[in-house]
Design a protein around this ligand. Structure first.
Ligand code: DX5
Ligand code: ZN
Length: 220
């Protein structure tokens, strides 16, 4: 069954503890945390200190998505802050294999994210080393953008690669996911769907998170 990772990017930052409580009550599987550096992407969000603070008041695993240049500089900071999955962009690190090994050295899950225009073949020689692939279904930087339809064939291709090789890899997508397209996307073979604005922008955040879970329950 597909899982859901609400992205804190679209939450009310004046009341994070309460926002997190709502998605936990709604059954969220992970909390997705978008770290942006204003360089790799044209936006700045938050870093390890904020994650460390909210880790203390949260009970679900943290799925940390680093949209920063040279993410290898910060791996230990995010491990210490409480990341359960740490995902780096293949486009942002020169020595991807080494960066993955560094993450795994700390005993947490290592993920690799690919922008919509980046081909799957950059993963060819690291697929055996990673726990998660995050396919961006918008260009990274902002919440609330529209899903890029051309990424659907990429999702299907990656699903086929994972299954045919018997790999133990979580297929995650990020960007433009709504309750209205989540069923179709889950049926393409996505394991973990990130949803930011649709969940945290809802009048009833807990109910919206729960609606995703119910949808996956029925669909698959
Ligand atoms: C975009 C971020 C996403 C974003 C998704 O750079 O990585 O996680 O929060 O937001 P929505 O669900 O609003 O497209
Ligand atoms: Zn993200």
């Amino acid at each position: 069954m597909a899982m859901i990772a609400p992205s804190l990017l679209s939450a009310n930052f004046a009341d994070l503890a309460e926002e997190i409580r709502k998605i936990e009550k709604g059954g969220a599987d992970y909390l997705h945390l978008d770290v942006m550096d204003g360089n790799y992407v044209p936006n700045i969000t938050f870093g390890a200190p904020l994650i460390k603070s909210i880790k203390k008041i949260s009970s679900i695993p943290f799925d940390v998505h680093l949209m920063v240049d040279k993410p290898e500089r910060f791996i230990k900071d995010f491990v210490d802050a409480g990341a359960d999955i740490l995902t780096v962009h293949a486009e942002a690190t020169t020595h991807l294999h080494r960066t993955i090994q560094e993450i795994k050295h700390y005993g947490i899950k290592a993920g690799v994210a690919l922008n919509p225009a980046t081909p799957l073949n950059v993963l060819e020689y690291v697929l055996g080393d990673i726990d998660l692939v995050l396919l961006m279904t918008v260009n990274p930087g902002f919440g609330g953008q529209s899903f890029i339809n051309a990424t659907k064939s990429k999702i299907k291709s990656l699903r086929q690669i994972i299954d045919s090789r018997g790999l133990d890899i979580i297929l995650e997508i990020d960007g433009g996911v709504k309750l209205s397209n989540a069923k179709e996307l889950a049926e393409l073979g996505v394991d973990l769907l990130v949803s930011g604005s649709d969940i945290f922008g809802a009048a009833d955040i807990e109910a919206k998170a729960k609606a995703y879970k119910d949808l996956f329950d029925k669909a698959l």
